[in-house]
Ligand binder design. Sequence first.
Ligand SMILES: [Zn+2]
Length: 327
Amino acid sequence: MVSVSSLLLALLPATSVLACAMHRATTTQDSVERRDSSTGQCGAANGNLSCNGTTVNRCCSQAGWCGDSTDHCGTGCQAAFGYCSPPAPAPTIPAISTRAKLGSVPYGSEIYACTKANTIALTFDDGPYLYTAALLDLLKTKGVKATFFVTGSNLDKGDIDSTAAWTSVIQRAYNEGHQIASHTWTHADLSAVDEATRKYEMVRNEQAFLKIIGKYPTYMRPPYISCNAACQATMGTLGYHVILWDLDTDDYNQDAAGLIQNSKNNVKTAYDQRWDAYMSIAHDIHYQTVYNLTSYQIDAGRAAGYTHTTLGECLQDPAANWYRTQL
Ligand SMILES: [Zn+2]
């Protein structure tokens, strides 16, 4: 099926294609499940990978590669997977005060595991997105608090602080007792970008969180599990706990009715081993995660005798340390 935006692109003269950021808000895009590309490839022929997270607003070429060159944009982007834009402006980073490192949870180094016995911290990355509200409904029904690693502007969804649906769902998650954490502004690879961009990726998200919930998190998770020594140093300077996980549901590879059982098996295998605690990763941008896996995982965790907590709780960090209010 040819999307409306593809038709529009085909009708535009080549010189207009570079201004095609206006095509971001097409309804056809919302029906396509996309993930940010980490390989430079994109499009329906490449697992529905989107170019939006590779840098700022890149085009997915007809041949399935992310980029902003004439070769990429001149023949028209695959509009559901990225769009052309002028070169990104130099990031502007406001003056940042010295940030106190409160509590005993380490800052600026990778943390893989919860420390409080008999807890499971469910964490969800990459949202908010189409299914986040339904996930909040489920968590409410089950009486479970979770942690959301929020990305500010990925998957062509619009900025979280200027798109009403995302602003309100983040406020709802916070007000219902879930922990809000950062997953960068554009889902960037923090080891691959320069220092200024790395800081911008974090501080731009902080500005959005301040507008949305009046505070910003001290917990972050690096996209693509990628935070090298330079990145960890930056996160330390900015006062962040760098959070990974020890239980990978692998949900992003199992997002189909016939596959999600694999994620359930991953959960069951881990719970059968009776670890002291679990730091789980899943993604609220996937249908099967929200409508199938999470309910199973909560029931399985409870049956195994564990309590579901936020990340801060499972790390025994007082709630007062989870956020800051001054940039
Ligand atoms: Zn992610």
